[in-house]
Each structure stands twice: as C-alpha cells, then as structure tokens.
Design a protein around this ligand. Structure first.
Ligand SMILES: [Zn+2]
Length: 325
C-alpha cells in the first residue's frame, strides 16, 4: 500500500497534541491527551505510543500507509541519537531515549526536533509563511522562542541552538535572564517580561493611570491586562507596550539584517494582542533594519495557533525521509 499519511505530535508540559495529515499538510484527524509528568515523566513516552496505536486502530489506518511520525519536544534534542535532555517541564532529568522507544512501540520511523522549531516550520509551510523558503518565527509565551527556516529547511547550528532569539541581548546589562545573562529579549517580550516592564514603569510614574493604580493596589497584572489597558488608552500601559515593541522590533531588525527572510512571523500568547502590537513592532523594525533587509522583510502574525507544532512535526517527518526497515 502506498504511504500517504503523516503523524505530527506536539509534546508540551500540559498537553500532547496529535494530528494525522496528508503529505500536502492537510489535517485529517486531530486529538490530544494530558501530559502525565508524574514519576519523573516516565509515563509520557508510553502514553504517546498507546495513543498513536489506539487512534490508528480507531481510524482503521494501517501503519503501511504512514510515512513517519514527527515530534516537537521541549528540551535539547540530540538529532543523531534521537534523544532528549534538559526537558525540565516534563520532569525528565536524564537523557531520554525517545526515538528508540517510540519506534519500537509503534513500528514507525520517528523524527524529532524542538517545539519552537516545529512551530516555525509549521507556520512557514501551512501558515503565515505561505510556504516561502526563507521565513523566521518568534513565539512570545511564558518565554520567548524561535526558529529559522532557510531554503525550506530548519537551521540547527553547531549545537542545535540556532534560532534561540529569546536570548538575543536587546539591553546590555538589563534584566537578569534565567540563562545567566542579562538583557535578553525574553525578559522584555515574554508574558512575564511585559509585567516586569509594567511594574518598573509604575514605580517611576507619578501621574494617574489605571495600570499604576492596579500595580500600587497589588492587583494581579498580566500581559493581557497591560495590552487591554493600552487599547483602552491608558497612558502608562501604552508606554509599556511601546517599550515591548521597541525591543521586539530591534531584535527583528537584527534578525532580518543577518538572515534576510521574506517574513518574520510573530506567534504565541502575547501575540494575541494582534495588529495593535504588530504595528508598533513594525515601527521599531523600520527604524533599526538595514535598508535592503527592511524592504525584503514583512512582519506578520502567526496564523495556525495551537496547530503550528503538529504541522511542523509532520513536515520534519516528511523532510527527513527516515525509515526503520
Ligand atoms: Zn537569556
């Protein structure tokens, strides 16, 4: 039987998302399960295997028709050995033999990459990237991640850390980052970064603003509240959004100067602020980008939402051509 289907898996700290796609990247089935991180995350891989086998049964889909499984995972991927380490949000401490276990449990070839890279490739292939060959992706969530697609392929670099745009320094000696460095983009453009900027702005502001009142009252302030207040015209919240946009636009400009993509796609929870944020990021981008890069690169919002990772995972399975025969 001809092989004509792909399985994309997006492994996250709370949910594992699965999709069955055609070779052209059309999702035909999707489902998800909760991520059970108990017992040092030892249930995760067996749960993935059971869920794939169960659903192939349920959909009466023979493994003969599956080209391969692709999976995006947190942590650091060893591409040669198919292992994952340092995936702390999965409670995985040591090196996990993910590929060997899933291939043995399903009888299907598995290709792995990190979750941000998979989301980048998904958006490039089926989302805002319009399948153009040179597209970069930045995701703004609890952290800031990214992925670079060049000539239609993900760039990994010497140690697999290419595209870690969250740790580009945008403010020398700025906010302390979890990576040990100071002034990383992640500390200014993630959900927690936006709140940090808001707290500092409130502390140094003597005028009247709803955002300042909330912070002075000790009310819980989230990045969404900051953006919502800014949209309502709150002066201080707008100052904060301008700062976030300044840093993001600066990082995008430097990225465009080096990589020269046609598109930089911005996704993740913080990007739910939408065109309101993007317009201001674009102003900063126009200011800092070198003229050739400025003309060639368009900033866009992500289009696939939660499905980006599964699309990209399916794409790496297709691209790798891995077999286990
Ligand atoms: Zn950092």
């Amino acid at each position: 039987m001809a092989k004509d289907k792909l399985i994309g898996v997006d492994l996250g700290g709370t949910t594992i998302k699965f999709a069955i796609l055609t070779q052209d990247g059309e999702i035909q089935q999707k489902w998800s399960i909760r991520t059970n991180i108990l017992d040092e995350g030892s249930h995760i891989v067996p749960d993935i295997i059971d869920s794939i086998n169960h659903h192939l049964d349920l959909f009466q889909l023979s493994t003969d028709r599956i080209i391969g499984i692709g999976m995006g995972t947190p942590g650091t991927v060893d591409f040669d050995n198919g292992t994952v380490r340092a995936a702390y949000n999965l409670n995985w401490s040591g090196v996990q033999e993910v590929r060997a276990q899933i291939e043995a449990g399903t009888g299907l070839p598995l290709t792995l990459d990190n979750d941000a890279n998979c989301a980048a490739l998904g958006e490039q292939w089926k989302g805002a990237g319009d399948n153009e060959p040179d597209v970069d992706f930045i995701t703004l969530g609890t952290g800031v991640g990214g992925g670079l697609v060049m000539n239609g392929k993900l760039v990994h670099g010497a140690a697999g850390s290419a595209g870690e745009i969250g740790h580009v320094v945008v403010e020398p000696d700025g906010y302390q980052c979890t990576c040990g460095n100071k002034g990383c983009l992640e500390q200014y453009a993630s959900a927690t970064g936006v709140v940090h900027l808001a707290q500092d702005a409130a502390e140094n502001y003597v005028g009247k603003a709803r955002l300042k009142e909330m912070i002075d009252n000790g009310d819980e302030v989230t990045s969404k509240i900051v953006f919502d207040l800014a949209k309502e015209g709150d002066y201080l919240a707008n100052e904060v959004v301008d700062e976030v946009a300044h840093y993001l636009g600066l990082a995008c400009a430097n990225l465009a100067n080096i990589i020269n993509p046609t598109k930089i796609i911005i996704g993740g929870g913080v990007s739910a602020a939408g065109i309101f944020l993007l317009d201001r990021v674009n102003q900063s981008f126009q200011k800092f980008a070198f003229s050739t890069a400025r003309e060639a690169t368009t900033l866009k919002l992500a289009e696939l939402g939660n499905d980006a990772g599964a699309y990209g995972a399916a794409s790496i399975a297709l691209q790798s051509g891995r077999t286990i025969d």
